[in-house]
Design a protein around this ligand. Structure first.
Ligand code: UTP
Length: 292
């Protein structure tokens, strides 16, 4: 059995420019899908996969993320006084245990690769997971749990991949693979960040979930900038892949890119329609709206 994946890194230091003005004072990761912030879904996915320590790479304006996972003494007190037992239980369900979270500031949003590099001392010398909070994967068994199943068999580095229409590959990191092996696990032998239209090696994109060996920090160390002038995680992944190999898991589930407006709106509809307490009423509202 390979070393267990105990720690997960959540890069939440981006500027969220596509959601301005909403993200001027509120972090993108705190925008809500139905009734909980996006980051909550991703942390829950990590918890379900057995992650024990949660590392947040934050920036200015992001302190509410730490507050969200903390105990709110005043709120608890008021709810208890008012006999709101259900609300109290709900809050308790989402709390992360004391000592199981770490927060560090990226200081400058120099790119996703730089954000992950900021976690190097907290991760130390063990394999770890990275989850991009703006990607939600809606599925019975979470995407990271599926990846850990694969990792337990393959060891090494595992990234989540999925197919997109060819005309969208220029928006993502794209992998070059050999034919799929068993259980949707690909052998990745190349990758490129945001390839120019018509030049992508496949239509399989990197989806925002990674299981990585700690040597990735050595490759991030040189702070080399890539596409868009940012320190790209994909560039370090390429070097890691060449040195150690990498598997790509075509996971089960439907992805919502909540970094884009359409993805975010779609996630709200999809998650609301799968909620027992909302589905019927919401479906009726949607029908009315669409009939107009
Ligand atoms: P994105 O590029 O989707 O997020 O990065 P962004 O930069 O916040 O959004 P736009 O493009 O300006 O609208 C994916 C994830 O990586 C984090 C972001 O917070 C997001 O969760 N990130 C990105 C960092 O933590 N630091 C960075 O320097 C860049």
């Amino acid at each position: 059995m390979p070393a267990p994946i105990r720690k997960a890194v959540f890069p939440v230091a981006g500027l969220g420019t596509r959601f301005l003005p909403a993200t001027k004072a509120v972090p993108k990761e705190m925008l809500t899908v139905v009734d909980r912030p996006i980051i909550q879904y991703v942390v829950d996915e990590a918890r379900e996969a057995g992650i024990e320590h949660f590392i947040f790479i934050t920036g200015r304006n992001k302190h509410v993320i730490a507050d969200h996972f903390d105990v709110s003494f005043e709120l608890k007190h008021t709810l208890r006084e008012r006999g709101k037992q259900k609300a109290l239980e709900l809050l308790e369900q989402f709390r992360l245990a004391p000592g199981k979270t770490s927060f560090t500031r990226q200081q400058e949003p120099l790119g996703l690769g730089h954000a992950v590099w900021c976690a190097r001392e907290m991760v130390g010398n063990e394999p770890f997971a990275v989850l991009l909070p703006d990607v939600l994967v809606k599925v019975e068994r979470g995407c990271l749990a599926q990846m850990i199943d694969t990792y337990n068999q393959t060891g090494g580095n595992v990234i989540a991949v999925e197919e997109v229409p060819e005309d969208q590959t220029n928006q993502y990191g794209v992998v070059d693979v050999e034919d799929a092996g068993t259980d949707g696990v690909y052998h990745v032998h190349g990758m490129v960040e945001k390839p120019a239209p018509g030049t992508a090696p496949s239509n399989l994109i990197i989806t925002g979930r990674y299981i990585l060996q700690p040597q990735v920090f050595d490759y991030l160390e040189d702070q080399e900038t890539g596409a868009g002038g940012e320190i790209q995680l994909t560039d370090a992944l390429m070097k890691l892949m060449k040195a150690q190999g990498m598997s790509g898991l075509a996971f089960e589930g439907k992805t919502y890119d909540c970094g884009s407006k359409i993805g975010f709106l779609s996630a709200n509809v999809a998650y609301a329609l799968s909620r027992e307490d909302l589905a019927d009423d919401y479906r009726a509202v949607l029908k009315d709206l669409l009939a107009d």
